[in-house]
Write a protein that binds this ligand. Structure first.
Ligand code: SAM
Length: 291
């Protein structure tokens, strides 16, 4: 009887924390040009993708992060036509964004082509509807370079990056956020993957501090994602239109109705509003960064 293999998440080794997953079957494991990639079957979370020892996406809990990263900025804004996704190679966020029929164009800029090729084979539930949609455009490029050079402008920019290590490190810099701001239309919104504040407080504080220097409104939302170990996951939020974050639940519900009340498993108008109400220790991190 073959010994049970366990795959550890090594992201929090420095904190002395290691979550390990019992492997039912390794589907694919390789070193890409940019990072170590492993996809395996897990009895509770289904397919799990890890890059450089950090869980990226699982079939069972992906809906939480993907829905919040897509629907909060789009419904807060209310008139989104053009969306840019930086990273996001598994296409989970693009799939949620494309549920908004009012969105005319979605551009995804992913640095690692093998993550997309891989997702096409192993996450067809995301990639099939996305690549069948004429509004979707896939660009293979470094997000930092793209926002530095493009002459396109966007209503919402969603940074679905890896953690600030390897190719993802540059996506947590002031220069990158400044370039994102340059690419936003007036009143546009920037949202970012910002780690779990309980274990990665510096990541959130640093990002909000950068936002504070670049935008009139700098904040974050939170959600609990089982495989993003450490409690609340923070999603950075920035805009020059300070009213958007205050949009009432009634208005959000009316916009959702107008959008045809497409199916969601986590996001609701009430959850949207609640996600900006931060637990005190996270609010204090944001306030400190805003000071
Ligand atoms: N939701 C996941 C998380 O929270 O950790 C992220 C998922 S998504 C797969 C992350 C993607 O960012 C990866 O496919 C990675 O290749 C991509 N990425 C990392 N650095 C990048 C860069 N500089 N430009 C564009 N994409 C990048």
């Amino acid at each position: 009887m073959a010994e049970q293999r366990w795959i550890p998440e090594t992201l929090f080794d420095p904190e002395g924390i290691r979550m390990s997953y019992a492997v039912e079957r390794v589907i694919h494991e390789t070193q890409t040009a940019h990072q170590h990639l492993v996809l395996f079957e897990h009895r509770t979370f289904g397919k799990m993708l890890m890059l450089d020892g950090a869980t990226q996406v699982t079939t069972k809990d992906e809906f939480i992060y993907h829905e919040m990263m897509a629907h909060v900025p789009i419904f807060a804004h209310g008139k989104v036509r053009d969306v840019l996704i930086i990273g996001g190679g598994d296409c989970g966020i693009a799939e949620e964004v494309l549920k908004h029929k009012s969105v005319k164009r979605v551009t995804q800029v992913e640095i690692d082509a093998s993550v997309i090729a891989f997702a096409k084979e192993h996450f067809p539930e995301f990639t099939r509807p996305v690549f069948a949609d004429k509004r979707f455009e896939s660009v293979i490029d470094d997000g930092m370079r793209f926002v530095g050079e493009t002459d396109r402008r966007f209503d919402v920019i969603i940074v679905d990056s890896t953690d600030p290590q390897g190719p993802g490190a540059v996506l947590f810099t002031r220069e990158f956020y400044a370039r994102c701001k340059r690419c936003l239309n007036k009143g546009g919104i920037l949202v970012t993957q910002n780690g779990v504040p309980f274990l990665q407080s510096g990541e959130l504080t640093a990002t909000v501090r950068h936002f504070r220097r670049l935008f009139k409104d700098a904040a974050c939302t939170v959600a609990a994602i089982p495989t993003y170990v450490g409690g609340h996951m923070a999603m950075g939020y920035a805009s020059d239109d300070t009213r958007l974050r205050q949009t009432s639940e009634k208005t959000i519900a009316a916009r959702y109705k107008k959008a045809g009340r497409f199916s969601t498993k986590y996001w609701t108008p009430a959850v949207h509003r609640a996600a900006f109400a931060l637990p005190r220790f996270i609010q204090e991190l944001v306030d400190k960064a805003n000071a």
